[in-house]
Ligand binder design. Structure first.
Ligand SMILES: *Cc1c(COP(=O)(O)O)cnc(C)c1O
Ligand SMILES: [Zn+2]
Length: 438
């Protein structure tokens, strides 16, 4: 089943590259696309599947010219956004001068109150990516895909989205002067629909779940109707995915060029988690951090937990599920990078766990109450899983731990709809006292 799907995608991918293989593009240190399964290399282009084995393609770099201390100084002198890491990304050297929404360099919050509540003594941090321009981590990946779209001459930006990506694509396209046309499941949260529509691009609701939306987009790429379209998470996926490495870079730099011991990452397609691992490995190889062991933990909602189910069962393959959870930004039932997430969790000594929707809501409130951070449901998933893994003794409370919050609670207000007024009073001191608030 998986093989057949891949074969279809790969033949489309090969078709696309035939028209662009002559073009030489400047994407900085990116040297080629390389197959994650068999290592087969092809020139940089808008392709995503290996012509030999249908495995996913990813960016291969040439970092050989870098001197560690010179690179560190260059990064530290760079802008307070992801482009400080341009020497490690598939973007041209002058990327910071181009119209882009310049995401990243979000806060790494030392969460001492939450740490006390959860019994963590080794240092607990929340990497708060709600601080990005469209209030989710997706701005990081879209910023990379936009540069690839420019390099390959696309004029329309598109995507299949669980919500946050649609907004990030809309905003990036607006700033850069691209047309955008994005596809979402028709029944998303109101906040996500408005956040995606307000930038003025076309927003299309598909009658189906995310996996249906994704399948539709794969068909559109192979059709003349999709010509000239850069789908950030399909034909530009290898470039898009690299944006997640910046989370790893920022966390380490913000810790004083140090690896965390444990890091808790949400899983939708699994791309973010795999690229955080890639980013950490690069920092070690470049000598920017000391080579010490770290563990990566994946977090899902129980109502869409194909990867944690496989992890707990000891399986290498991920069986697709039909999502049913309030954590809609993570509701991908057939995660493309699922098997790689399993590899990374096992190789690093981490784990993959899931929490119920009720635990997600509790965790959103816990984080808000202890640290003043209002997370979307995906942040409830990571904080909830962190609590659960600490209670189970899987996470070590004596180790430096980083928990990702990848989105803003204002986008998923329904999740905490029961939260409201403490009291309603007349504008008098008597009334205030009567309500027991004095
Ligand atoms: C997309 C998304 C993720 C992670 O997605 P992957 O497909 O696993 O890379 C995490 N959190 C939020 C809020 C998202 O929108
Ligand atoms: Zn291959």
């Amino acid at each position: 089943m998986r093989k057949m799907r891949r074969k279809g995608l790969a033949s489309m991918a090969v078709q696309t590259v035939a028209t662009t293989s002559e073009s030489t593009v400047d994407l900085g240190p990116a040297a080629a696309l390389s197959c994650r399964e068999c290592g087969h290399r092809v020139p940089l282009g808008p392709v995503f599947a290996c012509e030999e084995c249908f495995g996913p393609l990813e960016i291969a770099y040439d970092f050989s010219a870098y001197d560690t201390e010179e690179l560190r100084r260059r990064i530290e002198a760079g802008p307070a956004n992801i482009w400080r890491y341009a020497p490690l990304l598939p973007v041209p050297a002058d990327v910071a001068d181009k119209p882009n929404i310049n995401p990243g360099w979000t806060k790494l919050v030392k969460a001492d109150n939450l740490a006390r509540e959860l019994g963590v003594t080794g240092g607990l941090y929340v990497k708060d990516d709600s601080g990005n321009p469209t209030h989710s981590f997706k701005d990081r990946v879209v910023a990379q895909a936009l540069e690839a779209a420019r390099a390959f001459g696309f004029t329309t930006l598109s995507c299949s989205s669980t919500g946050n990506l649609a907004g990030a694509v809309g905003a990036a396209a607006a700033r850069a002067g691209f047309r955008s046309c994005v596809f979402i499941p028709h029944d998303l949260e109101q906040g996500k629909i408005v956040m995606a529509a307000v930038y003025g691009g076309e927003l299309v609701g598909i009658e189906g779940n995310y996996d249906d939306v994704n399948r539709f987009c794969s068909e559109l790429i192979g059709d003349p109707a999709g010509e000239g379209w850069g789908f950030v998470n399909v034909n530009l996926r290898p470039y898009y995915a690299e944006g997640s490495k910046t989370l790893a870079y920022e966390i380490c730099e913000q810790l004083g060029w140090r690896l965390p011991d444990q890091i808790v990452v949400p899983i939708a397609s699994g791309s973010q988690l795999t690229k955080i691992d890639k980013g950490l490995q690069e920092l070690i190889k470049l000598g920017l951090v000391e080579d010490r062991p770290y563990k990566i933990f994946g977090a899902q909602a129980e109502g869409c937990s194909p990867v944690s189910t496989a992890f707990k069962a000891g399986h290498d393959v991920v069986r697709p599920q039909k999502p049913n959870t309030i954590a809609k930004s993570l509701a991908i039932g057939n995660p493309a990078d699922g098997p790689y997430v399993l590899d990374i969790a096992r190789r690093t000594g981490g784990a993959v766990e899931d929490v119920t929707d009720e635990e997600v809501v509790d965790a959103i409130k816990l984080l808000a109450r202890t640290e003043g951070i209002f997370a979307e449901t995906a942040g409830g998933v990571t904080v909830g899983v962190t609590r659960k893994l600490l209670e189970a003794g899987v996470l070590d409370p004596a180790k430096t731990t980083v928990v990702l919050n990848t989105g803003d609670g204002l986008k998923t207000l329904d999740a905490v709809a029961g939260t409201g007024l403490t009291a309603t009073i007349r504008p008098t001191l008597d009334s205030f006292r009567e309500a027991g608030l004095a």
